[in-house]
Write a protein of this length. Structure first.
Ligand SMILES: Nc1ncnc2c1ncn2[C@@H]1O[C@H](COP(=O)(O)OP(=O)(O)O)[C@@H](O)[C@H]1O
Ligand SMILES: [Mg+2]
Lengths: 240, 234
């Protein structure tokens, strides 16, 4: 599963995304490289989700150019995406986590063994035989994380992974993300929780009105963002 | 009132004594409708899944057609199959008219749209749930269908049940293409129809109770089967 080649950098040149004939993102140009955690912040409806989906290849870009350092096919197997509302397959926890491996042709027994390892790592070790659909919100998101990490991705996208979770579950998820980052996984996640951004971010992308308004190292961003909109956002003011 | 009481009494006697004719008729009913359900499943379940996840021009019309076919009057299906299989029809040489095979063919035509339509509905909901995940994981078309069919197997079982239910109680088509021939094509529904026509209400009722009991037992069996296989609720 692990690619020999590093798929980064990801280069976006003037990409745009349209939905039902309406521009909702772009033009965006940026380069994603290096290591660590990039956090996408900005007001609701600004385009955070759309940006992540476009990077991962879930939403078609209508204009511009997107390229990984390797072919799209190679790049794809080295990425995972965790959705804001975790998608629970109607299977037990073990088979949910094993599913991406099975899709890639790993035999079922090895896939399940790997799933058990990851279930234990995210704290679901005693729940492997439970139906995924009856888990609590925090457990579902941990399952989604395990399922994303079981393929040992080089790049992990997460869309507001802790929305609607309590503090305890959020803390557990953040610990898993820290560990994944330490293992060398490049993480790109969105959040509207500035506290979470402060705790996790090495780099901040501020997205507003379909534009990536600025990209700064986290320390610099929180010390004083360049744009008036980002300053207003950090202040808790309405961003216009 | 006494007709119903007689019906119960006769039914009980027939069942307890394992009446040979009754068992033969019941087994033939099961054979015809289970075969038809199996064939309808092989066609209808993948068709429903495929319609749920594939976009192609005219897809809406195929779905509308499927829903319209669900309402096909069995008598008309029987008539058309009869014409096709009759000596002068295109498939006359096969000599299938008035055989259980003809009855199975007619029931497949009646049941398949129902099975496909329910499967389509179920698969569409599941596909809406799974869509982003399966796209993100780059599942191939075959893998998508396999995943939806496997994870939706309970609802697909429901589709099969509905198909079986429609078939086991159907009389119009199998009467025409089967002919209700004693020892050859007589099944529960056609036998009931015959006995009622003869004024043998007690026997007709007895057969009716058996038909209902059969439907209940098969439903329970499948229900229990899916329970033990799953072990937990979704
Ligand atoms: N399916 C859709 N159809 C039309 N517009 C959409 C759709 N999804 C999102 N949008 C619009 O795209 C914009 C960006 O949305 P999104 O990326 O979800 O923002 P965020 O994640 O920052 O809240 C919003 O204006 C939203 O209304
Ligand atoms: Mg969003």
């Amino acid at each position: 599963m692990v690619n020999d080649h590093t798929i980064l950098p990801l280069t976006l040149q003037e990409i745009m995304v349209k939905r039902r004939g309406k521009h909702i993102l772009g033009p965006v140009s940026l380069t994603l490289q290096g290591t660590g955690i990039s956090v996408v912040v900005g007001p609701n409806g600004g385009g955070k989700t759309t940006l992540l989906r476009a990077m991962h290849g879930l939403d078609r870009i209508s204009a511009g150019h997107k390229a990984w350092a390797v072919s799209d096919a190679q790049a794809h197997v080295a990425q995972s995406f965790v959705f804001q509302a975790p998608i629970m397959m109607r299977r037990n926890v073990r088979d949910n986590i094993a599913y991406p491996l099975v899709l890639r042709g790993v035999n079922r027994r090895d896939a399940r063994a790997a799933a058990d390892v990851w279930a234990a790592r995210v704290g679901l070790g005693s729940a492997v035989l439970r139906a995924a659909t009856v888990l609590s919100g925090g457990e579902k998101q941990k399952l989604a994380l395990a399922r994303a990490l079981v393929t040992a991705p080089q790049v992990l996208f997460l869309d507001e992974p802790c929305a609607n979770l309590d503090g305890h579950a959020t803390q557990e998820i953040e610990a898993i993300l820290h560990a994944a980052c330490a293992d060398g996984t490049r993480i790109v996640m969105s959040t509207h929780d500035l506290g979470q951004a402060r705790r996790l971010a090495d780099e901040v992308l501020f997205v507003h009105a379909g534009q990536v308004v600025e990209i700064l190292p986290a320390a610099a961003f929180f010390a004083g963002p360049a744009s008036a909109q980002a300053a207003a956002f950090l202040n808790g003011d309405l961003v216009l | 009132m006494s007709d119903i009481a007689d019906g119960f009494a006769t039914a009980a006697r027939l069942v307890v004594s394992l009446d040979a004719e009754l068992i033969e008729i019941t087994l033939r009913s099961l054979y015809v409708t289970l075969s038809a359900t199996a064939v309808a499943s092989v066609i209808g379940l993948p068709l429903g899944a495929w319609l749920a996840i594939t976009r192609f021009p005219g897809r809406r019309y195929v779905i509308a057609m499927l829903n319209a076919l669900m309402g096909l009057p069995p008598v008309v299906v029987g008539l058309i199959v009869y014409i096709m299989l009759s000596r002068s029809g295109p498939f006359g040489v096969l000599g299938l008219l008035f055989t259980p095979t003809a009855m199975i063919i007619a029931q497949v035509i009646i049941i398949t749209p129902l099975v496909a339509s329910i499967a389509h509905q179920a698969m569409r909901e599941l596909w809406a749930d799974y869509h982003d995940l399966l796209i993100s994981l780059h599942a191939s078309r075959r893998q998508r269908i396999a995943t939806l069919v496997w994870d939706g197997r309970r609802t697909l079982l429901t589709a099969q049940l509905a198909g079986f239910g429609r078939g086991i109680g159907e009389v119009g088509a199998i009467m025409i293409v089967g002919g209700n021939i004693d020892n050859a094509t007589r099944v529960l529904t056609t036998a009931i129809s015959l006995e009622t026509g003869r004024g043998e209400f007690a026997l007709a009722l007895a057969l009716g109770f058996i038909l209902i009991g059969l439907a209940v037992v098969v439903n329970l069996c499948i229900h229990v089967l899916s329970r033990t296989e799953q072990g937990s609720r979704w």
